[in-house]
Ligand binder design. Structure first.
Ligand code: SF4
Length: 739
């Protein structure tokens, strides 16, 4: 089907594309300016589109559940570093609440260049389908997908097909997923783009991938029978190619941030060499105890140096070329290298691995008690190739290993198979089994953590005749709202505990409030500071997701000018935020401070909470919690491992000298410590709710939603439910169509 497009204006294409796979209808529609200006783009716009299409009864696998992709108005502008991001949004098959995941590469930018601020896919195709949006000839087609169930075979077939049809590799971007997404609830989506600078076999050029890993959106893609979404497009040209209100201002802002990245990164984190895996050494510090080891039991390990960023930088990453996941990003953290596979049907083959990033390195490394970087890269490759989330896969495997360690599971329960700390071969073999549903254990593991807990508890009761052990197992089953934790051990960061528990509405992920680093560095001295940070950081972080921006040039490059600022939180990097405000104002023609720009994110944060309430209802607040393992030592032996630190904290709590504390029995000390930490967390969550204008049950007050202007955008169902939960009855609901 042919469509029309207009030149970009203020970074917007001003058009949304809806494709119904059930009817075959392709519908490009103007983007309503009222919705655009309120929800901005990316994540915010995607959540609104989702809210419009689903209700409390919709399941992730239902035809009406849309799969949405949305870049933001500042995405795809290479004059500024880090404009690579696009958001994937849908109901999650893993958590059953809205799932959101950002991803890098060129897809979001090309979608916009092709004429769309969002792509929304509803319905279910009858057979394996490939969607093609050709921005050169303004044509959209729904075609048959190549019959491949592994991502890198599919990548080759798609590239061959489009190159044969006369397209240049640089003009082709696409999304794929694989068989693992069909066989689990935590499928990931791969975003493929061409890196023309990377040398390969004496020539140059390689297709590379970034992933939308979290919340199982690859599984939604599979449910809809979509194997690939291809966008063909080129960069806009001309005097003011993205329709900026003030193009000079935009370019100047970009030059400023480029300069800071260029000067600061080589002297600090060295992302351009280590990628995000450089974070391993920081989290592993003796004083921080924040690198998860053996399912978050411990927080540091002497062997962590073997899997840290320096090791990858020196031994495994191929530094030739640019390594930016989008042109203009001089932070260039997208590292990768070659490994020879030691398992699976491709055993012996040398493959290119994009990564590992920090989460994958810690997930398949320290948290499984594995210290081989080659193993981690191989596990990373298989997950990408099968289309499953590395974080979820690795954290569920760590949980299983601890179940074996504590004999909640034994080989007899699992047909002779066991997963144990450090056993690389068993771990690789299990990844293949999960992706293919190879065994009963693998099949239930593919459903998710909550179902796995039930299955293991039932096995344990059947084998031992002991009482139901579910509560014991839950203490170390690392998930919130069904989403397995990302890779931060939070014993020493109350702020991060609250972030995982309550500030992240997709479940235990760090995208909303990654507070652990600033907390460990001593940014917050009191409760109010912590609660405030749970508001201000998500505004910026999720605000970046609305704009189409990568957070790393802000969060990982500390602008030296920020250190000189007075009476403000310098850790939020205010000097760089001002540069981002110039970029925003230059594109959109506004004149706002960075604080005001990011305050707008409260709208979609509240919308997401409202959508969670449609699912959780009165139990909403109960879901804002984390397992005991994320709070402190779950057994006496683990208390002893960090005895000095724990005793010191107890000495403060009980106002007793350290020498007195030493005399108390470990079991008693542990009980007091855990009780105290849980009370602190509960208190912080309460203060956070109050700061947000929510009730003490985690439900937004009607006045709050009205004050931020969201009330009028909510569905009748949502308004009625929220009002009822606030003890009000809506006599005359305002109908959405009356707005
Ligand atoms: S910092 Fe890294 S992930 Fe972010 S845009 Fe640049 S290369 Fe991509």
């Amino acid at each position: 089907m042919k469509y029309t497009k207009t030149p970009l204006s203020h970074g917007y294409a001003n058009q949304i594309l809806t494709i119904d796979l059930g009817t075959g209808k392709i519908n490009p529609e103007p983007l309503d300016p009222q919705i655009r200006d309120f929800f901005i783009g990316g994540r915010g716009l995607g959540l609104y589109l989702l809210h419009k299409k689903v209700n409390a009864k919709t399941n992730a696998s239902d035809a009406e559940n849309p799969l949405i992709f949305a870049p933001g108005p500042l995405g795809g502008i290479p004059q500024f570093p880090g404009t690579s991001k696009c958001m994937a949004i849908s109901l999650s098959p893993l958590t059953h609440i809205p799932g959101v995941s950002n991803f890098g590469g060129h897809f979001g930018a090309y979608l916009k260049y092709a004429g769309f601020d969002a792509l929304e896919i509803i319905g279910i195709a009858k057979k394996n389908t490939m969607l093609v949006i050709d921005g050169f000839i303004n044509e959209i087609s729904i075609t048959k997908a190549p019959a491949m169930d592994q991502v890198f075979n599919l990548e080759k077939a798609i590239v061959d097909q489009f190159v044969k049809a006369g397209h240049e590799k640089k003009d082709i971007v696409f999304l794929t997923t694989g068989i693992g997404a069909a066989n689990t609830t935590y499928g990931c989506i791969n975003s493929h783009y061409y890196d023309a600078a990377k040398p390969v076999d004496g020539a140059k050029g390689l297709f590379r991938t970034k992933q939308a890993g979290r919340t199982g959106l690859g599984t939604v893609m599979m449910h809809k029978n979509i194997r690939a979404i291809v966008v063909l497009a080129g960069y806009p040209h001309g005097e003011n190619p993205y329709g900026a209100a003030d193009w000079e201002k935009v370019k100047q802002a970009g030059t400023k941030l480029h300069k800071i990245v260029k000067e600061v990164d080589p002297q600090s984190l060295k992302m351009y060499r280590k990628g995000s895996a450089g974070l391993i050494s920081f989290m592993n510090k003796e004083d921080y105890q924040s690198l998860p080891v053996n399912n978050y039991q411990y927080g540091s390990h002497p062997q962590a140096e073997q899997i840290c960023g320096k090791t990858y930088a020196e031994r495994l990453f191929d530094h030739r070329g640019m390594d930016g996941c989008f042109p203009g990003c001089n932070l260039r953290c997208t590292k990768g290298g070659w490994v020879t596979l030691a398992s699976g049907e491709h055993k012996g083959q040398k493959v290119w691995v994009d990564g590992p990033e920090y989460e994958t390195a810690a997930g398949f490394g320290s948290n499984l008690g594995m210290w081989s970087p080659e193993f981690i890269m191989e596990a990373n490759w298989h997950c990408d190739n099968y289309g499953i989330d590395t974080i979820t896969t690795a954290v569920i495997m760590a949980f299983l290993m601890e179940c074996y360690q504590r004999e909640y599971l034994v080989k007899k329960d699992t047909d002779g198979f066991a997963l144990t700390w450090g056993d690389e071969q068993a771990a690789l073999s299990f990844i293949h089994q999960i992706a293919r549903q190879g065994t009963k254990l693998a099949k239930v593991t593919g459903v998710g953590m909550i179902e796995l807990i039930d299955w293991i508890a039932a096995k344990y009761v059947a084998r031992t005749g002991k009482p139901n052990s579910r509560r014991e197992i839950e203490q170390f089953a690392m998930h919130t709202k069904g989403l397995p934790f990302s890779l931060y051990r939070t014993h020493r960061s109350l702020s991060m505990q609250a972030s995982y528990a309550a500030a992240s509405d997709i479940g235990a992920h760090h995208a909303a409030a990654w507070l652990i680093k600033v907390d460990l560095l001593g940014a917050f001295t009191n409760f109010q500071d912590r609660a405030k940070a749970l508001i201000t950081y998500p505004r910026v972080r999720l605000g970046n997701d609305n704009l189409g921006l990568c957070k790393l040039p802000w969060v990982d490059v500390f602008n030296p000018d920020s250190g000189n600022r007075k009476n403000t939180d310098i850790y939020i990097n205010p000097a760089s935020q001002e540069i981002y405000a110039d970029f925003y104002n230059g594109m959109l023609g506004t004149n706002m401070t960075w604080e005001k720009i990011f305050e707008q994110t409260d709208r979609d944060i509240n919308l997401q909470r409202v959508m969670n309430i449609l699912v959780y209802e009165k139990a909403t607040g109960r879901h804002d919690w984390i397992p005991d393992r994320a709070i402190g030592p779950t057994e006496d032996r683990l208390y002893e491992t960090e005895k000095d630190y724990n005793d010191q904290q107890l000495s403060t709590i009980l106002s007793k000298p350290f020498t007195e504390i030493r005399k108390i029995k470990t079991a008693e000390k542990r009980e007091i410590l855990m009780k105290h930490r849980k009370e602190e967390l509960r208190k912080l969550i309460g203060v956070y709710y109050a700061e947000r204008g929510w009730g003490n049950n985690g439900i937004p007050k009607v006045e709050t939603l009205k004050q931020i202007g969201l009330w009028n955008f909510l569905s009748d169902e949502a308004r009625t439910k929220i009002a009822a939960m606030n003890g009000q009855l809506l006599n005359k609901p305002i109908l959405a169509q009356q707005l």
